[in-house]
Design a protein around this ligand. Structure first.
Ligand SMILES: NC(=O)c1ccc[n+]([C@@H]2O[C@H](COP(=O)([O-])OP(=O)(O)OC[C@H]3O[C@@H](n4cnc5c(N)ncnc54)[C@H](OP(=O)(O)O)[C@@H]3O)[C@@H](O)[C@H]2O)c1
Length: 340
């Protein structure tokens, strides 16, 4: 993989004028040493110009192709609707740009593998922008569970819901890869896989459809080897609710605001039965910045990121099985495994 010349900043391009770019990732790039935003792009030239002006960025391109043709860009951030991730990540890689692409990395596992192959051919870094797992609290949780703090981990309850009120929101569009499972359920699936350190074998789910034809709410169940289970709730119809509980033979750990804790201090509460055993406290950090910083380190050093497209593919295999089960009124479906 190609590395950057010593001391040179990573020059970023931002593809599209997405809310998440403006709200979290552009500020994180700006706040990261050795990173600068060189240009933004929109399908609309005037929108690109205004976005650039609003965010103090020098370059504005009226098409994504023009951004990719810009020699002053080393890496692109792709916060496009999910159905466009594959195409633009591959085109970016082929243009020699490193790619930080929003979650879920693609629509399915096959697309993730194609994207990684394009990145490998071009010698660029490709990473899915799942920022939550760069938070030290999540890293500590993974270590605690693996270290036996709650005995044998057996169950995970993972919930992420919020209400989408604008009928034009990309999350309500089947054509753009919308739905609660793809938007927020993907965090729950990724969390369960990461914390158990294993892949689910079977999935079952029931959903409530929106009038636009995406799952507005999903209740899912993932079975892992050894009788372990994860129960997931995702929704675009219910007010915000976001928490995870990891239960084991000797206790449980609760993680409030698991995925978006903001920059305030956070904690994990450790219970044994009804007794609080410990309250692990973590200082406030910007998890988006920790993600950007790791990605930029990989770009500078020419090394693979901690979380690969293979990991994203595994999350999407579980998502595919949950969707298939929901389409069959909750009948359990085997999760396709890598290389099967
Ligand atoms: N990691 C996180 O915390 C987080 C949070 C929210 C969202 N996300 C992810 O980030 C991505 C964007 O989400 P968002 O809510 O920020 O989206 P958004 O505000 O709707 O922005 C999407 C952008 O994509 C561009 N676009 C290109 N083709 C489009 C089309 N056919 N329809 C609509 N927009 C189109 C638009 O920019 P131009 O028209 O200007 O080109 C638009 O501004 C999604 O993959 C989502 O899952 C991640």
């Amino acid at each position: 993989m190609s590395a950057l010349a010593d001391g040179r900043p990573v020059r970023w391009g931002v593809m599209g004028t997405a809310n998440i770019a403006a709200a979290a990732v552009m500020p994180a790039i700006r706040a990261t040493d050795g990173c600068e935003i060189a240009a933004v792009a929109s399908r609309d030239g005037e929108r690109a110009r205004r976005f650039a002006e609003d965010h103090g960025v020098a370059g504005a391109h009226g098409s994504y192709d023009a951004l990719l043709a810009d020699d002053e860009i080393d890496a692109v951030y792709v916060p496009l609707p999910n159905a466009l991730h594959r195409e633009w990540a591959i085109r970016a890689a082929e243009a020699g740009k490193h790619v930080l692409c929003e979650k879920p990395l693609a629509l399915n596992a096959a697309e993730c593998i194609e994207m990684q192959a394009a990145a490998d051919r071009a010698g660029v870094v490709l990473m899915e922008a799942f920022m939550y797992r760069f938070h030290p609290r999540i890293e500590a949780l993974i270590r605690h569970v693996a270290g036996g703090a709650i005995g044998e981990a057996a169950t995970i309850d993972a919930t992420f819901t919020f209400r989408v009120k604008n009928p034009k929101n990309i999350r309500l569009s089947p054509d753009l890869g919308g739905g609660s499972l793809m938007d927020v359920g993907c965090y729950c699936v990724n969390f369960a896989r990461t914390v158990f350190g294993a892949e689910p074998t079977h999935a079952s789910a029931v959903t409530v459809e929106t009038p636009t034809g995406v799952d507005g709410r999903l209740h899912g169940y993932l079975e892992f080897p050894g009788g372990r289970v994860a129960h997931l709730t995702s929704s675009l119809l219910d007010e915000r609710r976001e928490y995870c509980v990891v239960g084991g033979t000797e206790g449980h750990l609760t993680v409030a605001d698991t995925f978006l804790p903001g920059t305030a201090p956070t904690e994990i509460v450790h219970f044994a039965g009804r007794s609080e055993v410990d309250r692990l406290r973590f200082g406030g950090v910007d998890e988006y910045q920790l993600m950007v910083s790791h990605f930029a380190d990989c770009v500078r050093a020419g090394t693979a990121p901690r979380y690969t497209a293979g990991d994203a593919a595994a999350t999407l295999r579980a998502i595919a099985a949950l969707r298939e089960s929901a389409a069959g009124a909750g009948t359990p479906v085997a999760v396709q495994q890598e290389n099967t």
